[in-house]
Write a protein that binds this ligand. Structure first.
Ligand SMILES: Nc1ncnc2c1ncn2[C@@H]1O[C@H](COP(=O)(O)OP(=O)(O)OP(=O)(O)O)[C@@H](O)[C@H]1O
Ligand SMILES: [Mg+2]
Length: 245
């Protein structure tokens, strides 16, 4: 096991009106428990606003939980160094003023690792990009190439766990397919563990082995992709699958 989550919660205060009076909480994540095994691809599905990104941010300790526990195994697994994240919009997650070369060198330098040209070229080759883009800025490459840059950047520090939050959603279907193949290849070659967040059921079906279905901050169903998608138990999962048809 690489990760155990127990009763995790994140509540945001809900404020109303111009005086910002306290009006309860948004329970973005509410009593979530699950395990993640090494080398596994866990899909997380659910409609917009159900708490998927909040869960990802909690796991990476980018935000503080309201309650619950997150345990990494071994417990010393240095988060942020050993876990990486790839977001939906690569243009927003890459500094527009930095050249691709510097974007890729940054995480290496932060860890005082070798960040020479050879290392950067290796990273690029890993995600199927050519060194000709190194001098360009993020706005000067295509959306698919930008997402590959984001993946390369998160792989730079050799994380064990990669969280992909709607990582394919901004791409066309052909590019999605290529990036999906790239992720599958990297996962088996580098023995990575993925949390793959998406509202696209078809994509999750293709890549994940196990899946969690979320609704309003809670897990309504979890199990193997085959079991959950072929024989859904929860009413909500049935609705979600119906809507995806
Ligand atoms: N910083 C914040 N302050 C207040 N409310 C927030 C904050 N971040 C998220 N929320 C709320 O928490 C809920 C869950 O948001 P979250 O971004 O986790 O959803 P999501 O499942 O990732 O949705 P999507 O599929 O659209 O990305 C939403 O109601 C959202 O408005
Ligand atoms: Mg989200």
């Amino acid at each position: 096991m690489i990760l155990e989550v127990k009763n995790l919660a994140k509540y945001y205060p809900l404020e109303r009106g111009i005086f910002k009076t306290h009006a309860g909480f948004i329970k973005a994540v509410d009593g979530v428990s699950f395990c993640l095994h090494e080398g596994e691809i866990l899909g997380i599905v659910g409609e917009s606003g159900c708490g998927k990104s909040t869960l990802a941010k909690l796991l990476l300790k980018l935000i503080e939980p309201t309650g619950g526990e997150i345990t990494f195994w071994p417990p010393v697994l240095r988060l942020r160094l050993d876990a990486g994240i790839v977001f939906q919009d690569p243009l927003l997650s890459l500094d527009p003023r930095m050249r691709i070369r510097d974007i890729l060198r940054e995480p290496l330098l932060a860890q005082r690792k070798n960040a020479d040209g050879k290392k950067v070229s290796e990273l690029l080759a890993e995600v199927g990009l050519d060194t000709s883009i190194l001098r360009r800025f993020p706005s000067q490459v295509s959306g698919g190439q930008r997402q590959r840059v984001c993946i390369a950047r998160s792989l730079a520090t050799h994380p064990k766990l990669l969280i992909l939050d709607e990582a394919l959603s901004s791409l066309d279907t052909i590019t999605q397919k290529h990036i999906l193949e790239l992720l599958t290849r990297l996962q088996s070659r580098l023995k990575l563990t993925y949390i793959f967040i998406s509202h696209n059921i078809a994509v999750v079906k293709r890549i994940a082995s196990r899946v969690i279905v979320m609704l309003e901050g809670k897990i309504v169903e979890q199990g193997s992709v085959d079991a959950v998608f072929s024989h859904p138990q929860a009413v909500y999962t049935k609705k979600l699958l119906e809507a995806a048809r």
